[in-house]
Write a protein that binds this ligand. Structure first.
Ligand SMILES: [Fe+2]
Length: 245
């Protein structure tokens, strides 16, 4: 299966507001146009969006996101990020036409799981005890030989202090549960950079943000003006294509 991994669109309620709001809106519309123009070339079965869809959590920003995503007529799953308003996001997901749960994108060879790593009003991520317990049970019960997990917060430092201070705080707990299980891939966003690391048998991948990237190694707010996404091909092996548009 080929999944387009989209993350961190950071849309605002006022798309023509300040420079950042305007740029994020343009980048998102550019992605929609790029997808439509290159649909055959991209050749994906579905899209997984790993959070920070909105920057300000406004209902208007979700309207813009879901209307445009629905126009692609492809199944897509959405997970929350630290900037998202969980109530407004949930309402928008329910109204959207083509949204599915991450798990529904599974096939006979690959089972997919989505995790919520958001701690309300905090930038860092944490997966609560109940979610970890359920994941442990699911991994024990599954008959699938390959599992991919998606969530917002990155697991291991990417080398940029600005975002590494707010990564997933209990990533060791998650990796311990996944160790010696069929989990072979964990995909995240949040770090606004491209990063991949093999940890034991698991390929940990951070997809670049659609809005812009953080300058590598920065502790201050400093952005690099490019826009990207990944395509993850899950088969006997895992291939990741990075697209900067
Ligand atoms: Fe984030």
């Amino acid at each position: 299966m080929r999944i387009l991994h989209l993350t961190d669109t950071h849309l605002f309620s006022d798309k023509s507001g300040d420079v950042q709001a305007k740029m994020h809106h343009e980048r998102f519309i550019n992605f929609i146009n790029h997808f439509n123009k290159n649909r055959k070339l991209l050749n994906v079965d579905s899209v997984i969006v790993t959070g920070d869809i909105s920057h300000d959590g406004s209902a208007i920003s979700y309207d813009v996101f879901f209307e445009n995503m629905d126009s692609l007529s492809i199944p897509y799953a959405v997970l929350p990020g630290n900037h998202d308003d969980l109530g407004n996001l949930d309402t928008a997901i329910k109204i959207a036409k083509h949204t599915v749960a991450v798990e529904q994108l599974s096939n006979a060879s690959w089972a997919l799981f989505g995790l919520n790593s958001v701690v309300p009003r905090e930038d860092y991520g944490f997966i609560n005890k109940d979610t970890l317990y359920k994941l442990r049970e699911d991994l024990t019960d599954t008959t699938c030989e390959n599992i991919a997990i998606f969530l917002h917060h990155h697991l291991v430092p990417v080398g940029t202090p600005l975002v590494d201070i707010c990564k997933l705080m209990n990533s060791d707990d998650l990796l311990t549960i996944c160790h010696d299980s069929p989990v072979k891939f964990i995909g995240t966003g949040h770090a606004h950079t491209l990063f991949q690391r093999k940890i034991d048998n698991i390929l940990v991948s951070v997809s670049p943000a659609l809005c812009s990237q953080w300058e590598n190694g920065t502790s201050a707010v400093s952005i690099v003006n490019n826009s990207g996404f990944s395509i993850i091909a899950l088969d006997k092996s895992i291939f990741i294509e990075t697209h900067f548009i």
